[in-house]
Design a protein. Structure first.
Length: 108
């Protein structure tokens, strides 16, 4: 049976959950390191300075996507030649993807 999934913009109160999930899936996927862990856990600055979407399933955050836009504090994560959002940091409770990769997942 599939869970109902809702995608919406994260709010600052969810920043710690966003950061913890992002760190966990990056580490599980082999993309995180001790040096990078603090950056991954910093959901607060991503919610404040970017566009962070969360996918919720059965009331719990199951995934996150951060769009880092040119001209913002997260611009260092973007491609300089991209006119639109160009960097996506993913966090999914079952999968991980590198920061510049594309990733889709489903909740079953």
């Amino acid at each position: 049976m599939s869970a109902d999934v809702t995608v919406r913009r994260a709010d600052q109160a969810e920043a710690d959950q966003v950061g913890a999930l992002t760190e966990r899936v990056y580490r599980d996927g082999g993309f995180g390191s001790d040096d990078y862990a603090e950056v991954l856990r910093d959901g607060g600055s991503r919610v404040r300075d970017g566009i962070v979407l969360v996918a919720t399933a059965d009331g719990a955050i199951a995934g996150t996507v951060t769009l880092a836009l040119p001209g913002t504090r997260l611009a260092h994560l973007c491609r300089a030649d991209a006119p639109s959002p160009s960097c996506i940091l993913h966090g999914c409770r079952d999968h991980a993807a590198p920061a510049t990769g594309r990733h889709s997942c489903s909740t079953a």
